[in-house]
Design a binder for this molecule. Structure first.
Ligand SMILES: NC(=O)c1ccc[n+]([C@@H]2O[C@H](COP(=O)([O-])OP(=O)(O)OC[C@H]3O[C@@H](n4cnc5c(N)ncnc54)[C@H](OP(=O)(O)O)[C@@H]3O)[C@@H](O)[C@H]2O)c1
Length: 351
């Protein structure tokens, strides 16, 4: 009863008081942010010789991010399960300028594997400066189409816990180096899209987790959260969890033609945002306009998605899952050129 009265009073007082505060704080904050942006455009962290641990480095955005850090002279630790792919990528990275590259076949949803690759990094380099998480698994089925609920935790494991475990294990070393965590979320964390319910939920959890961690770390370890839309990678070209429950599979043909933006451009953007100390990076930024719709006219978004992405228009193929993770892709990474050094340290963590 008492609580009800207090809440009724607050319902009247808090909204107008907050709007007044916002009116005063907005210009000040915009000014401070602009000054920070100008400062960061001049003072960029020199990461040559620093140690970047990169999970999900065997394809897509992770692979390109590895090349961008390599060009800046960082030492790299490349982590994924398909170590054959990591081998080619590590050679490319050395050719592009990374002084040392370790490759580690590991499953990031296993805390022990994460502990091992972070320990190996410390044994070899003695420090961790950046932890860049790009592991993920998308899906393209409507929630009701899933015929095996046991696949649900797998999606949350890779997309959420697969970021949290490496972060948990690396944090003490990142604190020592006053380092940075780079997180790959997705615009779906606030813009729900059909056929991506579990993926979107995991990304929303990820953003909330890292925004809370940002408070807890109080600036001693930086956090850059990237939220991006469609980008041309394995994920947008057919590597997904299927409704039958296969963890992942290459599809001969996708029913939705993905027209992604160049992944190289996005990788450049994310690396440059991380060394400038940015808290957020978005690509492309025009998605932001949908925030207004989400707050003021959410029905417009719902109608648009219904119209554009109706189930009848989408489902043209049925897929048969393998029930196993895809461990080697049919297309190994393209070699960039003749590689001067080929000595790459490889540590096998998964059977
Ligand atoms: N592509 C897009 O359009 C898009 C849009 C928005 C957000 N994103 C986000 O950007 C990030 C990168 O996406 P991407 O398109 O580059 O994806 P991708 O090409 O499918 O790469 C995913 C990576 O995660 C690794 N991985 C998956 N499960 C793993 C596990 N259990 N242990 C270790 N490694 C694992 C994969 O390597 P192995 O299979 O070898 O283990 C692969 O290297 C993701 O966080 C994604 O959600 C992408």
């Amino acid at each position: 009863m008492m609580m009800d009265t207090i809440n009724s009073m607050l319902n009247w007082i808090v909204p107008p008081a907050s709007l007044v505060m916002l009116a005063f704080s907005w210009p000040t904050l915009t000014f401070i942010n602009t000054c920070e942006r100008i400062y960061h455009s001049f003072f960029v962290e020199d990461i040559s010789g620093k140690v970047v641990v990169l999970t999900g480095a065997s394809s897509g955005i992770g692979e390109q991010i590895a090349y961008e850090y390599a060009k800046k002279g960082a030492n790299l630790v490349l982590v994924a399960r398909r170590d054959q792919r990591l081998r080619g990528i590590s050679e490319n990275a050395r050719w592009l300028g990374a002084p040392n590259v370790l490759i580690m076949a590991a499953d990031v949803v296993k805390e022990d594997d994460c502990r091992k690759f972070i320990n190996e990094t410390i044994n070899f380099f003695g420090r961790v400066d950046y932890l860049v998480n790009t592991t993920s698994l998308g899906h393209t089925f409507y929630f009701e189409e899933a015929n095996d609920a046991s696949v649900f935790p797998m999606l949350m494991d890779i997309n959420f816990w697969g970021n949290v475990y490496p972060t948990y294990v690396a944090l003490p070393y990142l604190r020592q180096s006053r380092g940075r965590i780079v997180v790959n979320a997705a615009v779906e964390n606030w813009l729900p899209l059909p056929r991506m319910s579990l993926y979107s939920a995991a990304k929303a959890a990820l953003v909330n987790f890292y925004e809370t961690l940002r408070f807890e770390l109080n600036g001693e370890v930086g956090i850059t959260i990237a939220t991006h839309g469609w980008i041309g990678t394995e994920m947008t070209h057919g590597k997904f969890m299927l409704e039958e429950g296969a963890e992942m599979q290459w599809k001969e043909e996708r029913e939705l033609q993905a027209s992604g933006s160049p992944v190289e451009e996005f990788a450049k953007l994310i690396v440059s945002a991380s060394i400038r100390g940015s808290a957020h990076v978005k690509f492309p930024s025009w998605y932001d306009v949908f925030l207004l719709y989400k707050v003021f006219a959410p029905d417009v978004l719902t109608w648009t998605f219904r119209l554009l992405l109706s189930p009848q228009g989408m489902r043209m193929t049925s897929f048969v899952g393998t029930g196993k993770p895809l461990l080697e892709s049919p297309s190994p990474p393209r070699r960039l050129a003749a590689v001067p050094h080929t000595s790459v340290t490889r540590i096998q963590l998964v059977e």
